[in-house]
Design a protein around this ligand. Structure first.
Ligand code: FAD
Ligand code: SF4
Ligand code: SF4
Length: 497
């Protein structure tokens, strides 16, 4: 990826748009596909390495119009099938092309509570943009219509122009719903249930709501103010928020139903329990789970040394284990916290990396050193019990495993060492066992995830669940989609009792 300054992207777009506007005939498919795919303007990598501000800056109006004009308005709209919540993609894009941003937002909000979030963090290249006809014809998913960037553009337009409307709430029904966890699943359920006039109380273990969108995904990818705006809308609708409230400790699920007179509950507690590699040295000082590292930096604002007292080690040389979005976020956070060297260690190749291509590109631009086909064997200690390095093994790819990806096979005798002072383990998360352990009769599967039916209903009466606690670590849009489904079923159930 070569960095193109935002000013150049904006100037180029203006020129191309003038040419497009000068055409006297309506645009045909060939004209549309000849319009260059619009790159996302972003902060210069040399500058953004030392700040937490958002990397992607958003399309200019000219870029948005051009990108919208690239859409062929396919009758079959294969893009819609790629979106987990089935957004009317050609509809909202046509509205942008027509200059009607308000209509575009209204179409998006029919299916998505959080378009400004999803436009930023959805893995579009494997979802809505993967089947896009333009990308198929031009033989590259990078050339597909940038649906997510357009989604972000109109959602930002609405917020920045103070046009966000608080959804109408029906007359009070006297029914009360408790929502456990305030990630995208819980927030979606809260909005959909409150709209029907039921009272809603959101319980959150942390001092701030938002789930991974606030404690995990860093500010430079998803500004916290955007999530806060959604939460403000919920409180304006009359939802009550109870932070620092751990269900399973402060109150148990059964207490909420039997003693606190909740009519129904939704469990959206996510997958916040970090996995470790179980290798020698993982309990040394200087080893973090990515969750802890990111929570300290994001939620507890350790990066903002002037205003926060949260301690975080001033690392010089960091290794991050893993190849997903969480690993990229941890590595890029370490860069911004001042580490001189950040090594990302992944046992397969870049092709198998689960992280979004854009995030991998950004990490490279910011100087993260990629070690592919390598994996740590043990973490090395100094005489005080602090991390002093890691011993790694080199790998090669063998036959495909159950996931369909080629299995990494260690090369015997290939050990080598890297000097480090910090290790961040980012190899995945499981669900937190607290609610499972304190709620008798709640069925869970072998991974500890809550078992829910197609309506999000759990094995217990009046208790629903959705998001990562059901799916295992997944995505924001899937959590939102699950929330929407469960809320519809809960509203039906509440109307019958
Ligand atoms: P969460 O967002 O996990 O929220 C659960 C909430 O429940 C938390 O606030 C937690 O504190 C609270 N909670 C837990 N237990 C209790 C309890 N007992 N009582 C009260 N509250 C409780 N997805 C994407 O689509 N794109 C990305 O780029 C992306 N990047 C990611 C980066 C990181 C670092 C991480 C960790 C995840 C990322 N994901 C990404 C995944 C995505 O964030 C999750 O799939 C999504 O947030 C799940 O939503 P959820 O509502 O199920 O749970
Ligand atoms: Fe694409 Fe996500 Fe928007 Fe759906 S919500 S259209 S998958 S960016
Ligand atoms: Fe537009 Fe692509 Fe969807 Fe066709 S598949 S309607 S070109 S976004």
């Amino acid at each position: 990826m070569t960095y193109i300054p935002s000013e150049k992207l904006a100037e180029d777009a203006k020129k191309v748009l003038e040419e497009v506007n000068a055409k006297t005939e309506p645009l045909g498919p060939r004209d549309r596909m000849a319009i260059p795919a619009q790159e996302m303007p972003s902060q210069d990598p040399a500058v953004r390495r030392s700040n937490m501000e958002e990397v992607a800056l958003g399309y200019t109006p000219e870029q948005a119009k051009l990108e919208a004009e690239r859409c062929l308005q396919c009758k079959t709209a294969p893009c819609i099938a790629g979106c987990p919540v089935g957004i009317d993609i050609p509809g909202f894009i046509q509205a942008i092309a027509d200059g009607d941003n308000k209509k575009a937002v209204d179409i998006l909000k029919q299916d998505s509570l959080l378009p400004a979030v999803c436009g930023r963090v959805c893995p579009q290249e494997t979802q809505c943009q993967a089947p896009c006809t333009v990308g198929k014809v031009l033989k590259s998913v990078d050339k597909a219509v940038s649906i997510g960037r357009l989604e972000r553009y109109v959602a930002d337009w609405e917020r920045e122009n103070d046009l966000v409307e608080i959804p109408a709430v029906k007359p009070e029904t006297g029914k009360k719903v408790g929502i456990i966890g305030t990630g995208p699943a819980g927030l979606t359920v809260a909005a959909d249930i409150r709209r029907e006039g039921h009272s809603v109380v959101l319980f959150e273990a942390f001092h701030k709501p938002g789930g991974v969108m606030v404690y995990g995904i860093p500010e430079f990818r998803l500004p916290k103010a955007i999530v806060q705006k959604e939460i403000d809308a919920l409180t304006a609708m009359g939802c009550e928020l109870k932070p620092n409230f751990v269900i399973g400790r402060t109150r148990k699920v059964a207490d909420l139903l039997k003693e606190d007179s909740f009519d129904a509950l939704f469990i959206g507690t996510g997958a916040g329990l970090p996995r470790f590699m179980n290798i020698e040295g993982e309990n040394l000082v200087g080893v973090y789970s990515a969750n802890e590292y990111l929570t300290r930096s994001n939620l507890m604002r350790a990066y903002d040394k002037a205003r926060a007292d949260t301690p975080i080690f001033a690392s010089e040389k960091v290794a991050v284990f893993g190849g997903g979005n969480v690993a990229m976020d941890a590595a890029r956070t370490a860069v911004r916290l001042g580490a001189k060297e950040v090594h990302l260690i992944y046992r397969r190749t870049e092709v198998e990396m689960p992280a979004r291509v854009e995030e991998v590109g950004h990490a490279k631009e910011e100087g993260v050193i990629f070690h592919l086909l390598e994996n740590p064997k043990r973490i090395l200690s100094d005489e005080r019990g602090w991390v002093r390095g890691i011993e790694c093994l080199r790998y090669e790819l063998g036959e495909p495993d159950d996931s369909g990806r080629r299995r990494p096979v260690a090369i015997e005798g290939s050990e080598f060492e890297i000097d480090l002072d910090t290790v961040i383990v980012a190899i995945g998360n499981d669900s937190n066992p607290l609610i499972r352990q304190t709620t008798p009769g709640l069925e869970t599967n072998k991974w500890g995830n809550i078992v829910a039916d197609e309506n999000g209903k759990s094995s217990l009466d009046r208790i629903y669940a959705g998001g990562d606690i059901v799916l295992g670590a997944a995505t924001v849009i899937l959590a939102m989609g699950e929330g929407r489904k469960a809320a519809a079923a809960m509203n039906r159930m509440l109307s019958e009792i």
